[in-house]
Write a protein that binds this ligand. Structure first.
Ligand code: ADP
Length: 404
């Protein structure tokens, strides 16, 4: 292993994995802390945790354990990945985790750059922009868990850390000034070349932290990866699409897919074991050459109706439980390709299939790669798409990419 990454949520980790895979390096992604000792057989290993909004102590402990596991597996460098909108609270967890990782690696400074120019996230004069809006004027100001009310990242980070915070602004970068002497350095970047500049000009005593984009220049900077890329494995051809996301884009994707494929809708209000069995029976009746879609995807009004009858958590849990059971039944029928829409839904399906680590394949669309688990007969492929990712043709795009 050359590079070890710790990520604060699952879909963000998948996004990072897909971007790093573009370098041609082999990339392995672990969901949760790995149970076995590392054999460090991939160029890049990423540990996905769910620590964005955990209590600080727990988040620091989990990330420290992940970092030690990666270093024991031979990682030459660590990367701490968080959201490109710097999602955090006054207590953390971005800063405290950075300080914990610095203590483990012995690094004396940390660089922070959440910029992701391809997705409209840029940092200028230490201020984070989402498109042309300052972070605190974007929809992130109303986020239910991590409302971001200040775009000045130095001001956001300062209360989270013990050391001092400085800004390495783009004007200083361009004029050849060195990075500030502070322990924690916010790095400006508005285009990809700025991220390359930061990676090239940050010495190894500095812990690298950021969104997924800052990590992209790392493989070539560290001298690994290959322009030839890797050949993806090919799981058995039987496939299914499961959709539990109700995002606007997923609704379009479902509407597009059901025009030409067998589909079955499940409803949380009536989703008992009998209803799940009915769905599985329907699945058994579908020919092996067709790729059926099972969806709970519904309009905002339908979702609201289900939620007011059952409660938000129960409605979600019922759908996730059903999707997990259906995925297991499909696997028993010989399905080896799973296209799944929805972050939480993906978590439920992955868990039900007993998948704890995956190798990263080619990207279906930016941020969504095919991932593979197991080998030979047991090899399965998963396309895990959260919320608004992908084009309206995403389900077909995913299935076709494995044929290519
Ligand atoms: P996204 O990535 O779009 O946020 P998620 O799977 O993370 O998708 O979240 C969608 C949530 O909505 C899940 O908990 C899912 O079980 C729930 N859900 C799906 N369909 C319905 C529905 N018809 N009514 C209520 N909740 C639903």
């Amino acid at each position: 292993m050359k590079l070890g990454c710790v990520a604060d949520d699952y879909t963000g980790a998948t996004d990072l994995a897909g971007l790093l895979r573009r370098s041609g390096a082999s990339v392995k992604l672990h969901f949760g802390l790995p149970k076995d000792r590392s054999n460090g057989d991939a160029d890049i290993e990423i540990i996905a945790l769910k620590c964005r909004t955990e209590p600080v102590d727990k988040a620091v402990n989990d990330c420290s354990e992940a970092a030690r596991w990666l270093l024991a597996g031979g990682a030459e460098r660590l990367y701490w990945k968080y959201c490109s909108t710097f999602d955090s609270t006054a207590q953390g967890n971005i800063g405290p985790i950075a300080e914990a990782l610095m203590a483990i690696t012995g690094q004396t400074q940390a660089l922070y750059c959440p910029a992701f120019p391809e997705n409209g996230r840029s940092v200028f004069m230490g201020h984070l922009f989402v498109g042309d809006q300052l972070l605190n004027e974007s929809s992130m100001k109303d986020h239910p868990l991590t409302p971001m009310r200040d775009a000045n990242l130095a001001r956001v980070l300062a209360p989270q850390v013990k050391g001092d915070v400085g800004i390495w602004n783009r004007v200083a970068q361009k004029s050849g000034s060195e990075s500030p002497d502070a322990t924690h350095i916010i790095g400006d970047a508005v285009e990809f070349a700025d991220l390359e500049f930061l990676i090239k000009n940050t010495p190894s005593n500095v812990l690298l932290t950021g969104g997924s984009a800052l990590a992209m220049p790392l493989p070539s900077h560290m001298g690994f990866g290959s322009s030839e890329g890797q050949v993806d494995p090919k799981p058995g051809s039987r496939a299914i699409v499961l959709s539990g996301s109700c995002s606007q884009m997923t609704q379009q994707q479902v509407a597009h897919y059901i025009e030409n494929n067998p589909s079955y809708q499940i409803h949380p209000e009536t989703l008992d074991e009998k209803a799940i069995q009915d769905c599985v029976q329907w699945l058994e009746s579908i020919g092996a050459t067709e790729t059926p879609l099972i969806f709970a995807t519904a309009s905002p009004d339908e979702v609201k109706a289900a939620q007011s009858k059952l409660g938000v958590a129960k409605a979600g849990a019922l759908v996730e439980h059903a999707m997990a059971s259906i995925a297991q039944a499909a696997h028993k029928m010989g399905v080896r390709r799973f296209v799944v829409a929805g972050g939480e839904t993906s978590g439920a399906v992955t868990q039900a299939l007993g998948v704890s680590q995956v190798m990263i394949g080619r990207e279906i669309c930016p941020g969504v790669p095919w991932v593979f688990s197991g080998s030979d007969e047991c090899l399965i492929g998963l396309a895990l798409k959260s919320g608004n990712f992908g084009a309206p043709t995403f389900f077909n795009d995913a299935l076709q990419l494995l044929e290519g």
